[in-house]
Design a protein around this ligand. Structure first.
Ligand code: NAD
Length: 335
């Protein structure tokens, strides 16, 4: 397949691109405006196998239209987005424009050019907040949806638009992947998460362990969880990249659906920090801070559907390994 990857200079897009390049079954093209992605990442990937990179901003709809006239694709994997939850509360319109409006325009181009396979990066924050007792077996894809921040809404609106597109154009097939908390770095150490000012817990903990930050914060210890801190389901980046490859095969079978991507096991913020301290051997400084607006208490996936429907078999379901990989990558980008 000829595959367009949007946002391929970023964290998840680059790991998926690497997995696709190593599979060698597909031709990829990456577009990215490099707002939070990195040219260096693209160059590292191009050393694995050549592909075209186009610096393109998906908000420039005229240039996007011209790009689709000169390129031909069988599938689109759409990663590009803005994704900082607290920022989405102060800049909601930027989030709706970049995430929802630009996705709509991209879909319009897909329909216009008969590109009938679409994989979309969604998120666990589309789900309604439920208590830990209500999600004993994790959040299934059919659980109630009610985001509590503009980022989640921007993704949920996009999900709806994708499903409406598929209803109107029956040849158009989609896989909406709802990622839980993505962590770690490429198993071969070539790429990782380089995001500036990242808010992702495992990355921030790795930076603090290495002294890149003098301390870090736990935002709220009064949640209705065992130790009072938020619980999340952390998924290794290499397992998530694999899910995209399997989603392509799923779409080739002419099906569409929504899938959770997580392991079905939650760890509290305190448990993650203890793990990072153990793995790094550094007792770094952690301070308590008030809750952040927009943070649900518990997000744990029920991932039975992706295993059953796509045959996804995670290989790196190990919090210590995710912390180790994040730490190794962070050491690498120190120098
Ligand atoms: N990281 C997570 O834990 C997580 C969890 C759930 C969902 N997601 C989703 O996964 C996707 C990828 O996230 P990530 O962690 O790799 O983020 P990232 O910031 O590393 O990657 C996003 C990429 O998109 C590019 N981009 C942004 N706006 C663009 C535009 N208008 N035109 C062209 N390129 C643009 C950025 O430059 C960047 O390279 C996002 O859609 C995000 O919402 C991420």
């Amino acid at each position: 397949m000829n595959i367009l990857i949007t946002g391929g200079a970023g964290y998840i897009g680059s790991h998926t691109a690497k997995a696709l390049l190593q599979e060698k079954n597909h031709h990829i093209t990456i577009v990215d405006n490099l707002s939070t992605g990195f040219l260096k990442t693209i160059e590292t990937l191009q050393a694995i196998s050549h592909f075209e990179f186009v610096k393109l901003d998906l908000s420039d709809w005229q240039s996007v239209a011209s790009f689709f006239v000169t390129h031909s694709f069988d599938a689109v994997i759409h990663f590009s987005a803005s994704l900082i939850v607290p920022e989405s509360l102060t800049k909601p319109l930027d989030y709706y424009l970049n995430n929802t409006a630009n996705t709509t325009n991209l879909l319009k181009e897909c329909v216009k050019h008969n590109i009938n396979k679409f994989i979309f990066s969604s998120t666990a924050v589309v789900y309604q907040e439920l208590s830990i007792d209500q999600v004993q077996n994790g959040l299934s894809e059919d659980f109630p949806l009610m985001p509590i921040n503009p980022y989640g809404h921007s993704k949920l609106f996009s999900e709806q638009i994708i499903q409406d597109t598929a209803k109107a154009y029956p040849d158009f097939k989609y896989a909406i992947l709802r990622y839980f908390n993505v962590a770690g770095a490429d198993k071969e150490g070539l790429i990782g998460q380089s995001t500036a000012n990242a808010t992702h817990l495992i990355k921030v903990a790795a930076q603090t362990a290495l002294g890149k930050r003098d301390k870090m914060f736990i935002f709220g210890d009064d949640y209705a969880t065992q130790d009072g801190t938020c619980i999340r389901d952390y998924i290794d980046i290499d397992d998530l990249a694999l899910a995209h490859i399997q989603a392509l095969a799923y779409l080739e079978n002419g099906k569409s659906d929504i899938f959770n991507c997580g392991y079905g096991k939650g760890f509290s913020v305190k448990e993650v920090l203890e793990t990072m301290k153990r793995v790094s051997g550094v007792d770094f400084k952690v301070e308590m801070a008030p809750r952040r607006e927009g943070d649900p208490a518990v997000l744990i996936a029920n991932s039975e559907k992706i295993k059953k429907e796509m045959g996804w078999e995670p290989r790196y379901n190990d919090l210590s390994l995710m912390c180790q990989k994040a730490l190794e990558w962070e050491k690498k980008i120190c120098v």
